[in-house]
Design a protein around this ligand. Sequence first.
Ligand code: C5P
Length: 223
Amino acid sequence: PDGRPLAGRKAVVTAGPTFEPIDPVRGLTNRSSGKQGYAVAAALADLGAEVTLISGPVALDAPVGVTRVWVEAATEMKAAVEAALNASDRPADIAVMSAAVADWRIDGVSTGKIKKKPGGPPSLALIENPDILAGVSAPGPKRPKLVVGFAAETSDLEANARAKLSKKGCDWIVGNDVSGEVFGSDGNAVTLFTRDGAEPWPRQSKTEVARKLALRIADHFKA
Ligand code: C5P
C-alpha cells in the first residue's frame, strides 16, 4: 500500500540536550538545539518510517507524523528509549541517537531550593549518567537492526569516531566537526563512519544531512 522505502520500519530517534536538575530551580545542561535530530526524525518519517522522537527540552515543533516523547534528565531519556524499543515484540529497525546527553548528573538532587549562605557556594557531587547509545547497541533480542550514533568532535574526527564505534558497539557513527559554527546553526559538515568505510559529506544544511542519512538508511535496508 505504501511504496516508500522505509514503510513499515520502526525508528527511535533521540534529540536535544538533557537537563539534569540540581534543585527545583537549577540544573546542568548541554548545548544542543535539537535541529539535527529533529531533521533526522522528519526525514525518516518522510520515507515512511514510524518514528518515535525522544526529545530533551528544545524550542522546536514535532515533525509531522512523528510521535514525540518529552524528557528532561538522561535517566528519563534512557527509560523512554527503552519503553519505545520494547513497545513491540519485534526489535525496532532503526535507532538514531543524536541527543547531547549530559555525561553527569547531580548526586543527591535537593528537593528544596538551595539557599545562598555566607560560608560560600555549595559543592555539587556528580555521578556518571548511563550511556544510552551503548545500552541500545548491546547485543540482545531487542537490539535495533541498525544503530546510529553521533560524535561531535573538535579534533581527530576519524580516530575519535572510530573509537566511539567500537566502544559503544553501534553500527554507524555520524562524525561531526564542531570546531566551526555548528551549534544552533543550520549547516553541518559530517562524515559517515561505517564498519568498513568513511564517507565525507560536503557541508550542507542539517535538513540535507538528515535526508542523506535517511536515504542511506533506506539503502541499507534495501541491500
Ligand atoms: O561519548 P559521546 O557523548 O561523545 O557520544 C556521542 C554519542 O553517544 C551520541 O550519539 C549520543 O547521543 C550518545 N550518548 C548517549 N548517552 C550518553 C552519552 C552519549 O546516548 N550518556
